[in-house]
Design a protein around this ligand. Sequence first.
Ligand code: CO
Length: 327
Amino acid sequence: MKRSVVENKKMEHKSFCCDCSQIEISEQKKITLKKRVIKTSLMVLFTIFFTFTTSDSVFAKHGEKKPEKKGILLVAFGSSEASAQISFENIDKKTKEAFPEIPIYWAYTSHIIRNKLAAQGKILDAPEVALAKMHTEGFTHVAVQSLHTIMGEEYDDLKRIVNGFSQMGGFEKITVGYPLLSTQEDIVQVVEAIINIIPKERRPDDAVILMGHGSPHPANAFYAALMFQIQLKDPNIFVGTVEGYPEIADIQAMMVKKNIKNAYLIPFMSVAGDHAKNDMAGDEDDSWKSILTKSGIKCEAILKGTAEFDDFVNIWVDHLKVAMSHF
Ligand code: CO
């Protein structure tokens, strides 16, 4: 089916943002925001150019090698919701436990979230800014760990940034760790993690529905692949998405066919932010809870992001261990 121009625009907008449905930006603000983004990008490019041309990349003065300094950069989509901080704190803690000697830096890929936080006085770096700072601070080996769920657009952008730094030769080594769901082995582990976090009181006839973000990116296919494999173990676990495939209508139809009466709703995103609170568990007519309730399915929402559970965080940390193993 052909999408209208408005729908295409909507997709375009939604494809790179999260707390998007919450953010109502006026045209004037949009222009100001655009100008700010351009200004920031120019500043970043200047900073990178300046640091890389004035400092002595991998070699210190007189051809001596810089002393080895390893660092970790954790990169999340970001969230402005206070409820999301618990997820980030847990990842930070588990990373420190795995690498107690290595300094850990953070960056957010979403410029909308960064701008929103900046307006509240909280400055979060973009990945390119964080890497430029790390370079200036003398790091020679950097492992960048993506905290995204799939290898979607945010991950592609991050890879481009890392490749840029790699080609400039500023670091002796820079590597990237995969997002949560990147290989068949990851699917197997994520299936286990999901089964482990299901509330103990859930009966086999009750459904468990995971809400993924979803994306127009080809990696969106991982959600359906995950549902296929998890249903081989437990046929009443479903995986849907807010902005991709499968949609809630697909899940609802499957549940009605199975005559399911109760469902647990769990976000399949690292944080329980706006999508979890509103699109999944909100009281609005189009929330998943409302849609399913209308079909006679009683819903219980669990407002916890995947990064609040060690079962999931361990997968990201394992990916970071692989990235660190290349040093
Ligand atoms: Co979103």
